[in-house]
Design a protein around this ligand. Sequence first.
Ligand code: HEC
Ligand code: HEC
Ligand code: HEC
Ligand code: HEC
Length: 500
Amino acid sequence: MKSIRELVKQNPFIGWVVFFVTIVIVFLLGLLASSIIERRAEAEFVYTPQVEYEQWEPRNEIWGKNFPREYNTYMQTSDTTFRSKYNGAHKIDMLALAPEMVVLWAGYPFSMEYNQARGHYYAVTDVQNILRTGSPMKPDDPSMPGTCWACKSPDVPRMMNSMGIEGFYKAKWSALGSEIANPIGCADCHDAKTMNLQISRPALVEAFQRQGIDVKKATHQEMRSLVCAQCHVEYYFKGDGKYLTFPWDKGFTAENMEEYYDSYNFSDWKHSLSRTPMIKAQHPDYELFRMGVHYDRGVACADCHMPYKSEGGVKFTDHHIQSPLNNVANTCQVCHREETQKLIANVFQRQDKVFENRRQLESILAKAHIEAKFAWDKGATEKQMESSLKLIRAAQWRWDFSAAGHGSSFHAPLEVSRIIGAGIQKSSEARLEIARVLAKLGFNDEVSMPDISTKDKAQKYIGLDMDKLYKEKKEFIKEIIPKWKSEAKEREAKYDVKNY
Ligand code: HEC
Ligand code: HEC
Ligand code: HEC
Ligand code: HEC
């Protein structure tokens, strides 16, 4: 074959053809690129409003009339089929998987029922149905505080606006039953006028304020994590007003928060076996995520849990918040070149390793509580028990801090391993101290352990009457929940929504 140069020498016309064809191709490529960029911009700005509503509009389906793509993908959080090795969209009975947890939470409602999370769609249903919220049948019955609704619904900012923040937290959980009707949704994360991301929960704004940070000045990429940090964080109910508070004043690590709680002498409950004043860790997803390499590189929660999606040439944000392992192509593989199976294996390896140590810590801690009870029964004094109880408190705080966030062993594997390591050391030391106390009291034999090999056996051991609790809850779900639902429907029918 002849080279182009020779061809052009023979016939100069071919040179001109090559020249013009190149110009046309470059022009077409330019058009394509500019249309892609425009489409991207369109995805963010163009929509035809169908209805007009207030910021406090809690119903996702009303917002969904204007933003059908986001709404339809949001509704997919109702799909419970996906399962990964440790997580997924289905409910997992955590107490059945690790019955030691029942002993660790003796005297606290978590020992009754604790499940791994489902999708946002179920937030209101699940908090109504769980044994932990009890079965308040009448207005005067004891009930959890309103604070328990705080991370469940866009009805929360609506009610805080109408009854005041303090009033909301202080109210009874049961008194707000007919007001909190819609699961986590649009008004939790978006401004109704501009659709910009916004913080609707005062606790997050206040926690940053106390650190001297104005969260309103956060960058767009930071907001793609901060909207999640409204709920996926460690928190406690402060004082008699049950004021929702994030314990971040001294920093974000397990030790920083422990120091904060210790400085108040704070405890969530007194352990019914060991009599330790305990702290219950919630789910420090955001705080632990900050300790991982992805946060360090500026990756946001939304990059993995709310990836971009294309439909008919329109790019938008997939609102099906779920395990990224169900969608590796649009999440991890936007940044990583490895095969799907390899990336999933990377996640499982980290989870397996953390899980191994976590289970060990659970077993040591359960023994420590049981041995402490034995020491009390044999007449140990407060003074003799003081240092063991301090160690148990510190060790269990570390266990809970690591175990309660179901993504943490991937989000920050090294930090979680470090915390669990310290927990193993402290709980082992506690057992040693208790053994010393027992020796002083004249007991040198090993304390015999009860059979806590299943959830039922463990619950029986700590003295829970599960049949009674289930029966009461069944009654509550049958009698009270339908009432709450119909009252909510009646109220919502009167909301002001303009059709265009
Ligand atoms: C948990 C927080 C959260 C909830 C709940 C939520 N969104 Fe979003 N939304 C986001 C994030 C994060 C983005 C991406 C914003 C960005 O990067 O600009 C987004 C983007 C959007 C956009 C901009 C276009 C796009 O798709 O990127 C629209 C419109 C939108 N959401 C509508 C909705 C609607 C409607 C609902 C309720 C059905 C909803 N959102 C619920 C967090 C949320
Ligand atoms: C208003 C509070 C709130 C906000 C805001 C929120 N979440 Fe959640 N999230 C929850 C609750 C509550 C659950 C558990 C729901 C259940 O089990 O019924 C949950 C569950 C989840 C799950 C488990 C779902 C599954 O299929 O396994 C993931 C993942 C998750 N959230 C990620 C996020 C991310 C990422 C953001 C920010 C873009 C976010 N959440 C914002 C409260 C919130
Ligand atoms: C927005 C980009 C982005 C996304 C999305 C992303 N990563 Fe990464 N990932 C990074 C960066 C950046 C690093 C740091 C590595 C570096 O800088 O060389 C990293 C590091 C890692 C590491 C090594 C860090 C460690 O734990 O030791 C693993 C494993 C990893 N990513 C897996 C995943 C998986 C699995 C997903 C999906 C669930 C994912 N990544 C999603 C950007 C991303
Ligand atoms: C680099 C990707 C990546 C980022 C960024 C990320 N996550 Fe995750 N997340 C994962 C992976 C992978 C899992 C484990 C999923 C599994 O085991 O199925 C996970 C698990 C979770 C879970 C438990 C899921 C379940 O099925 O119950 C929650 C909740 C969660 N993440 C919330 C967050 C929040 C909040 C942020 C930001 C503060 C965040 N994630 C940032 C990758 C990410």
